[in-house]
Design a protein around this ligand. Structure first.
Ligand SMILES: NC(=O)c1ccc[n+]([C@@H]2O[C@H](COP(=O)([O-])OP(=O)(O)OC[C@H]3O[C@@H](n4cnc5c(N)ncnc54)[C@H](O)[C@@H]3O)[C@@H](O)[C@H]2O)c1
Ligand SMILES: *[C@@H]1O[C@H](CO)[C@@H](O)[C@H](O)[C@H]1NC(C)=O
Ligand SMILES: *[C@@H]1O[C@H](CO)[C@@H](O)[C@H](O)[C@H]1NC(C)=O
Length: 236
């Protein structure tokens, strides 16, 4: 979904997608796609040099379901992978974007509202690794001048793909099972420890962030997304 927007803006052949897994056919047809293992540092350098890469958007990760079964592999992919992209970006003067999560807080952080800068002492390995990523990016910026950008994503609901494996994705799947008024309580149950309200005033004033979807539109979109199953259940 993101590549589609970037290609519209920068040209089809100026955006190269990569993964260690084969994508569906329509992804191949939409522009360049190559194999790249985030753990293979030399190969990352090769790709950057051979294609004159100037921006790197880093999304590789091993999701929880797989990660729980193999914690050390998840740590490699998530954390060594992060170190590799920081190094390759610094070495070759790339601009680097890495997503964090709205879960990068913890029981000691203020939740209502939740400011950009506050104490962050989360208690899951995923969230701890994201705080590590935020701080490493800042460190590389101060130490080496790396152009590092980061956003704390909420659960991504995409028109292009099925939900992956995060907490927020699960409530979309759960809504196959529940009627509309119950979806909301599932959502709050799962996200109970997360911030309640974000103070987004810096984003609004610094880079013109504004939302297109309020809560009613979000719920309606989710219902539309799961629409056919939802109606089927009600008919039964
Ligand atoms: N999806 C969300 O709601 C959400 C919310 C907050 C943050 N994020 C962050 O966004 C990023 C991407 O999440 P996603 O939901 O797109 O995950 P995803 O699982 O859909 O994508 C991760 C990709 O990484 C690939 N990968 C695994 N091992 C690799 C390796 N060794 N080398 C290269 N690629 C490898 C996987 O094949 C997969 O396609 C993650 O950092 C995640 O923490 C996502
Ligand atoms: C790795 O990242 C994925 C999603 O980005 C997360 O679900 C998983 O818990 C993480 N594992 C570790 C060990 O950081
Ligand atoms: C949901 O679907 C209905 C009926 O197809 C449509 O009119 C409406 O615009 C959709 N709403 C959203 C937020 O996508």
């Amino acid at each position: 979904g993101l590549a589609k927007l970037l290609r519209k803006q920068f040209g089809k052949y100026n955006v190269i997608l990569s993964d260690i897994r084969k994508p569906p056919a329509h992804v191949y047809q939409s522009g360049p796609f190559i194999f790249s293992d985030i753990l293979d540092y030399k190969n990352l350098c090769e790709i950057v040099v051979n294609n004159r890469i100037s921006w790197l958007i880093h999304y590789s990760a091993l999701l929880s379901a797989v990660g729980e079964a193999n914690v050390s592999l998840a740590r490699d992919v998530n954390i060594t992978g992060l170190h590799n992209v920081l190094d390759v970006a610094t070495e070759h003067g790339l601009r680097l974007f890495i997503p964090s999560t709205i879960g990068a807080f913890g029981p000691m952080s203020p939740r209502n509202p939740n400011p950009d800068l506050c104490i962050q002492r989360p208690r899951t390995i995923y969230e701890v690794s994201k705080v590590h990523a935020e701080l490493m990016g800042e460190y590389y910026h101060h130490r080496y001048g790396l152009d590092f950008r980061c956003l704390r994503y909420p659960g991504i609901i995409s028109a292009d793909s099925q939900p992956g494996g995060g907490t927020t994705a699960e409530y979309v799947i759960l809504s196959h099972l529940y009627l509309s008024f119950q979806i909301v309580s599932v959502l709050f149950l799962v996200a109970d420890s997360w911030p309640m309200v974000f103070d987004d005033s810096n984003a609004r004033s610094d880079w013109g962030w504004k939302h297109n979807y309020g809560l009613p539109e979000l719920i309606q979109t989710m219902l539309n997304f799961t629409g056919s199953n939802f109606r089927m259940l009600r008919a039964n």
